[in-house]
Ligand binder design. Structure first.
Ligand code: FAD
Length: 188
């Protein structure tokens, strides 16, 4: 069983998976590569002077994989409560078990709604529906979280990436039973 499954590998999901895997959690990242990030050109992402969407997405995937996240190119079609966690089914018929699920599906809320996750009207330009979350990123279903555009944050890559990291840190902290920080120190 995976400790954390992230659905969607744009900035929100890949950032969440990177933090989860780097924290030593068994992490699954499922993505069907239909997100909005590839279409953009970014000059407002802190620390990067400019970058094209495809490079931003692919670098994020490589970072998550480097720390041990398993990236699967698939469409998740259902999430159902099972045992200690959830079973996620994909279009090919594969099934994956995970204790916690982070939804990072961008503009898509169909999977969340099908799983019984409460949605609400979006407030950001062109974002019609989002998942209802609390300040930690928790949905109405214990163990299902949401991050990034689908969780209603401002539709900017640096914000969605930061939100994915925030939600992953909250999940990691819940699994560990103590607040978690990931600080590496500059080598002398
Ligand atoms: C043309 C354009 C230009 C932009 N320019 C800028 C800019 O200059 N600066 C800026 O800050 N922001 C810009 N943005 C916005 C920015 O791209 C987004 O805010 C941010 O990248 C969204 O990240 P996300 O992870 O929330 O969503 P996404 O990147 O959309 O990622 C969601 C992922 O979930 C996957 N997914 C959805 N459902 C499923 C499922 N059921 N199973 C598996 N995978 C699933 C999708 O395929 C996708 O890969 C631009 C957006 C566009 C469209």
């Amino acid at each position: 069983m995976y400790e954390i499954a992230v659905i969607g590998a744009g900035p929100a999901g890949a950032s969440a998976a990177l933090f989860a895997a780097k924290a030593g959690k068994k992490t699954l990242l499922i993505d069907n590569d239909k997100g909005m990030t590839r279409r953009g050109w970014y000059e407002n992402y802190y620390g990067i002077s400019e970058i094209g969407g495809p490079d931003l997405v692919e670098t994020g995937h490589k970072q998550a994989i480097k720390f041990g996240a398993e990236l699967i190119a698939e469409q998740a079609v259902s999430i159902a409560k099972s045992g200690e966690g959830f079973t996620i089914e994909t279009e090919s018929g594969a099934a994956y078990e995970a204790k916690h699920v982070i939804l990072a599906t961008g503009v898509m809320t169909d999977l969340a709604a099908k799983a019984g996750v409460v949605t609400k009207d979006g407030t950001e330009p062109r974002i019609k529906t989002v998942v209802a979350v609390d300040a930690a990123g928790k949905t109405n279903i214990d163990g299902i979280w949401a991050a990034g555009t689908v969780a209603g944050v401002s539709v900017h890559a640096v914000i969605t990436a930061g939100d994915g990291a925030k939600v992953a840190i909250n999940v990691i902290s819940e699994l560990n039973g103590a607040r978690y920080v990931d600080h590496d120190v500059l080598k002398a």
